[in-house]
Design a protein around this ligand. Structure first.
Ligand SMILES: [Zn+2]
Length: 263
């Protein structure tokens, strides 16, 4: 990161990883932190290798608030949101949970954390997978209440129509390594990530890695890391017909606004 002039936000997914992220950001100059409870942990018993211990500590909004207030390096609440992706696969939900109840549980916990973000004036980092319609509904309701939250839809990969709906709600779109992948043959030309990146308003565009996942071409398939954001930047610059330096400058400025942070 230092070598390539990259700064980053470590993103929490559970109580333990939120706390660890803040501790890391406190120790490392170019790192900030987001704290939050990921929807997968609300409704499944899965934890990945970087989250060991997550299942031992249940979701606790008061505890999250404490972590969020424990350091000035915390600039966002996230990643939080809705993830219905695994609901159709057997054995991936908590025992006894119905799909209907699982959706309700995720929505409730998302809204509680969104309220915390509003209370503490932190940006919302939103994770959405196979749940765009419900997320748009929840965000519309938040906006209808007059909530002026700064909202980042991270790892955006949906259609242009969905992009447009998020943009109309004032959201930023976080674009990661997937933009460097060849689109699926079934994707309509107007819905490829490249085409969305090309026509969306430049001032709402953010670049991200989602490390350790989804490493961009030419390092696709390896363990992703923040420094690889430069490959995303190079690709997006080409798509938008801009210089690399120019896209870096603009998206850095966008992120400063999105996170109300000087970086
Ligand atoms: Zn995510």
């Amino acid at each position: 990161m230092a070598e390539f002039g990259v700064k980053t936000i470590t993103v929490g997914t559970a109580m333990n990883t939120s706390r660890e992220g803040v501790a890391y950001a406190d120790k490392h100059q170019d790192t900030w932190a987001a704290v939050g409870y990921h929807p997968d942990h609300v409704t499944s018993d899965f934890e990945d290798d970087d989250e060991i211990g997550a299942l031992k500590e249940p979701y606790d909004i008061k505890g999250l608030e404490k972590i969020a207030q424990s350091s000035k390096r915390v600039i966002a609440i996230g990643e939080i949101g809705l993830d219905y992706h695994y609901f159709t696969q057997e054995g991936t939900m908590k025992p006894g949970l119905t799909v209907e109840q699982a959706k309700k549980d995720q929505q409730k916990i998302f809204l509680e954390q969104a309220a915390l973000a509003a209370k503490l004036d932190k940006t919302l980092i939103v994770h959405v997978r196979d749940a765009a319609d419900d997320m748009l509904l929840l965000l519309s309701e938040l906006r209808a209440l007059g909530t002026e939250l700064r909202i980042v839809i991270h790892g955006f990969t949906e259609t242009w129509q969905t992009a447009k709906a998020y943009l109309d709600l004032g959201c930023y779109l976080g674009i990661g390594g997937i933009v460097t992948f060849k689109p699926r043959k079934t994707t309509a030309p107007e819905d490829t990530l490249e085409s969305i990146v090309k026509k969306m308003p430049l001032e709402r565009l953010l670049l991200e890695t989602d490390a350790p996942w989804l490493a961009p071409v030419p390092v696709r398939g390896t363990r992703n890391e923040p420094a690889y954001v430069r490959h995303v930047a190079e690709h997006v610059a080409r798509v938008r017909g801009m210089d690399y330096e120019e896209i870096c400058k603009v998206t850095t400025k966008n992120s400063q606004e999105a996170f109300a942070c000087g970086f």
